[in-house]
Write a protein that binds this ligand. Structure first.
Ligand SMILES: Cc1cc2nc3c(=O)[nH]c(=O)nc-3n(C[C@H](O)[C@H](O)[C@H](O)COP(=O)(O)OP(=O)(O)OC[C@H]3O[C@@H](n4cnc5c(N)ncnc54)[C@H](O)[C@@H]3O)c2cc1C
Length: 325
């Protein structure tokens, strides 16, 4: 019998999010090796068109006014019933605010194993293996996905969104929506986060600082480097949590997803919650005194030096080069 891999399609403001395409790519990688089908689960209201470029064998479309916006109760109800009835081999969710609010409670309610922070899936000897990035990105855990059904939350990093798009999408099937009870969590309003003085999602050169800068005073030399290079300063969460930079400059799971030409990471370890938001950068350069810092797994170039020594020297070199030019 064909094994089914369910993929929960996330969408926001009328657009399918990248993590959905990455999961479709991961699922296809499995079904190309094992006899199986990729089944995309699309929940919404009057949003069937979102199925148009999903690289799945089948798209189950659940249309209901209560599904127009994500709410945990309604999603858990629809997907929980589906998993109970169909017992897929895998159900993939984004390791996102939406995905964890569905996968975690369903794992408990249906008594199914959940693998979190999964970066990639592969087939070995007819078994499905996973690699998960755990402990804030410091460790990679490998294992076999428990059968018969496992839930997985996925992070970006191993697949490209293009691999999960298709010009010839699968068959769209209008699925029946189970009775949706009134749930205490309701959608009231969508509020776009403030962009602040600059919109870091649109900047080509980002100078990003982490806890490694050690004190607020050291931001001055970072700003000088940014000015010399024509870039914008942003940060990891500890810097923002301490109030050294505003939340509009936060990069990561709880901040912004960025896609600059160059992302210069200074004193940033490379925790999952940070790096998941920088994978679309064209070039990542990391400066960190710890040669084992996970950020080096992602960086194209790196230096294991003290940023407080490097930054003033680099600013000076940039200024000299600018004068000569
Ligand atoms: C639900 C949740 C959401 C989160 N959201 C985010 C988010 O949106 N964004 C985010 O960034 N984090 C987020 N985090 C936190 C995340 O897990 C990490 O704790 C955080 O990213 C670590 O920041 P850091 O790399 O600056 O600090 P650390 O992990 O402490 O790393 C500091 C690095 O600086 C290096 N260093 C120290 N001194 C120097 C020096 N002088 N020169 C060079 N290198 C030096 C060290 O070797 C170290 O690698 C979230 C966590 C959770 C649980």
């Amino acid at each position: 019998m064909k094994q089914e891999i369910f993929v929960l399609i996330e969408h926001l403001q009328g657009r399918v999010t990248d993590i959905s395409y990455l999961m479709l790519a991961a699922a296809r990688g499995i079904t190309e090796k094992l006899d199986g089908n990729v089944v995309a689960l699309l929940l919404g209201h009057n949003q069937r068109a979102l199925a148009n470029d999903l690289a799945a064998d089948r798209i189950l479309y659940f249309d209901h006014p209560d599904l127009a916006h994500f709410t945990p109760g309604a999603y858990q109800r629809v997907i929980g019933s589906l998993i109970e009835e169909n017992k897929p081999r895998l159900a993939l969710f984004g390791d996102t605010s939406i995905g964890v609010e569905v996968a975690g409670p369903l794992s408990a309610r249906l008594n199914l194993p959940l693998v979190s922070y999964c970066k990639s899936l592969r087939v070995e000897n007819n078994e499905i293996k996973f690699t998960s990035q755990i402990c804030g990105g410091k460790l990679m855990a490998e294992g076999e996905l428990p059968s018969p059904t496992a839930l997985v939350t996925m992070i970006p990093g191993a697949y490209k969104a293009e691999q999960g798009r298709s010009v010839t999408p699968g068959v769209v099937v209008q699925a029946s929506v189970p009775q949706l009870d009134k749930h205490p969590v309701r959608f009231l309003q969508y509020i776009e986060p403030e962009t602040g003085d600059v919109d870091i999602t649109k900047e080509a050169l980002l100078i990003s600082v982490g806890r490694g800068i050690q004190s607020k005073d050291n931001l001055e030399i970072i700003q000088e480097l940014a000015d010399a290079l024509g870039g914008v300063v942003c940060a990891s969460r500890p810097v923002v949590d301490q109030g050294w930079l505003p939340a509009t400059r936060l990069v990561g799971k709880s901040g912004k997803r960025v896609k600059p030409k160059v992302y210069l990471a200074l004193g940033i370890s490379g925790a999952t919650e940070h790096v998941e938001a920088i994978t679309d950068s064209e070039v990542i350069i990391a400066v960190n005194t710890d040669p084992l810092a996970p950020i080096f797994n992602l960086a194209k170039y790196g230096a294991t030096v003290d940023l407080l020594d490097l930054v003033p020297a680099l600013t000076e070199a940039v200024k000299q080069a600018t004068v000569k030019a």
